[in-house]
Design a protein around this ligand. Structure first.
Ligand code: PLP
Length: 460
């Protein structure tokens, strides 16, 4: 019996809630550290930090205390009526952490809002500086930038975008740098340059005067499964943006705020963007919070020209910002980025060892604790598993039955392919990494037996 169809879930009252499907899940009772417990007392390891959100783990007492202190003062103060210290202090701390000059912070409540804000600031900067013809934002396929229509227009994930195509101004896409799939004679770095040059070709095809920006996830998230480009890619992308005077927007909603072992994933390559989107691990699930971090040279002309025409009611919410500040303090004081690097190394090593036992694991990738593995039918050709196996959902269910939560998507543009993000909170320790790998291995054995896939006897 699977946890998803547990008796408690089947016999529960019908729900008035609805999300993507009618699937029911157990009711959560509490969470602490990397664990959840449901109302029936079953324990689950949060092996994906929810959707790569709960970066510092659950129920951190210092964060809860900071939120309680803020609540005693005020939970809400509308930004047109008051400034608040939590938002001011958090903005200052983010500006200190961001590349020099990116010191203008605009708070939002989630990743889609952060991306929408980046697109709108880029456009308003163009308008304010006499470049009205620039409006196209090139992005990558596959990619994920959010569910609202603006963010969706730059998203490359067919099942999520196709129904809305007539309703949005779809933006040009270039292939994401999926070098691990390429079977050519180029070395890794040469492939990186080849993918970066696709940006130049697309700018030329679109007409350089019409292109406003390029947006990408520096380390891929849900749609590519922690895709990391060759080092050469990042510097060349920056060069091309500069050549054409187009803005580089980095969507660090998933990769930012420490998960890859650096505050921003782009620091791994000294890549300086013009605008950054943050969310998810920013307040780590303690409150809905996101931010646009922008270069002052973009913001000032927009404010001079009459103001930034954009905003959300909950922007700069004191309670959300107090949570974000306490999360940041926790990441810094507990050296959670160092831990993400160390534990990420262990976990990635363990995932690579699983490849020896399970020939259908075709790739292991990622940085820090933003890690994923991909299943394939054949490692030589990287042909995906048959779609009908529904590996992406089946393995997640088998792991869930065993008390391990992982996160999956279809790799090849959402149409086929199966990848799994294994991204526990950054507080995870060595024993817990071992526990995650053990449960994952058991789940993979069960999946292979069901799907009739080969397993080698050697222990991983
Ligand atoms: N950008 C990236 C890279 C994401 O991974 C996500 C969410 O998964 C978003 C944007 C959208 O964030 P949200 O779901 O908070 O709106």
């Amino acid at each position: 019996m699977t946890a998803t169809t547990a008796p408690a879930a089947q016999t529960r009252e019908p729900s008035n809630l609805f999300y993507q499907t009618r699937n029911r899940r157990p009711v959560v009772a509490r969470a602490e550290g990397i664990y959840f417990w449901d109302k029936d007392g079953r324990r689950y390891i949060d092996g994906s930090s929810g959707a790569m959100v709960a970066n510092i783990g659950h129920s951190n007492p210092r964060v809860l205390a900071a939120m309680r202190r803020q609540m005693e003062e005020t939970t809400f103060a509308y930004r047109l009526h008051f400034e608040n210290e939590a938002a001011e202090t958090l903005a200052k701390r983010i500006a200190q952490r961001a590349p020099q000059g990116l010191d203008r912070i605009f708070f939002v409540s989630g990743g889609s809002e952060a991306v929408e804000s980046c697109l709108k600031l880029a456009r308003q900067h163009a308008v304010a500086t006499g470049q009205e013809k620039r409006w196209k934002v090139i992005s990558r396929f596959p990619s994920y930038h959010g569910a609202t229509l603006g963010a969706l227009a730059v998203t490359g994930y067919t099942p999520m975008t196709a129904p809305f195509a007539p309703m949005m101004q779809e933006m040009p896409k270039i292939p994401a740098p999926t070098c691990y799939l390429d079977r050519d004679n180029l070395d890794w770095e040469a492939r990186g340059l080849r993918y970066a040059e696709m940006l130049r070709e697309e700018i030329e095809r679109q007409g350089p005067e019409s292109v406003l920006a390029f947006i990408m996830e520096p380390v891929g998230g849900a749609s590519t499964g922690a895709l990391v480009a060759p080092d050469s890619y990042y510097a060349r992308v920056r060069e091309i943006c500069d050549d054409y005077g187009i803005l580089l927007i980095l969507d660090e909603v998933m990769s930012g705020v420490g998960r890859t072992g650096r505050f921003l994933a782009s620091e791994h390559w000294d890549l300086r963007p013009d605008i950054i989107a943050l969310s998810k691990g920013f307040a780590a699930g303690y409150a809905p919070l996101g931010a646009m971090v922008a270069d002052r040279r973009l913001v000032e002309p927009v404010l001079d020209a009459g103001g930034f025409i954009h905003g959300y009611t909950y922007a700069g919410n004191p309670l959300a910002c107090a949570a974000g500040l306490a999360v940041l303090e926790e990441i810094e004081s507990q050296d959670l980025m160092g831990n993400a690097t160390r534990m990420g190394g262990l976990l990635k090593g363990g995932l690579c060892r699983l490849m020896a036992r399970f020939p259908f694991i075709g790739d292991v990738r990622g940085l820090g604790l933003l890690l994923a593995f991909e299943m394939v039918a054949d490692r030589q050709t990287m042909q995906p598993l048959p779609k009908g196996l529904n590996a992406h959902s089946r393995l997640v269910d088998l792991a869930y039955e065993r008390g391990l939560i992982i996160y999956s998507r279809r790799t090849r543009g959402g149409i086929e392919g199966d990848h799994f993000l294994v991204c526990p909170p950054m507080i995870v320790d060595e024993a817990q990494v071992g526990e995650i790998l053990g449960l994952l291995e058991e789940s993979l054995v069960a999946f292979a037996a069901e799907a009739g896939l080969p397993v080698s006897n050697s222990a991983a």
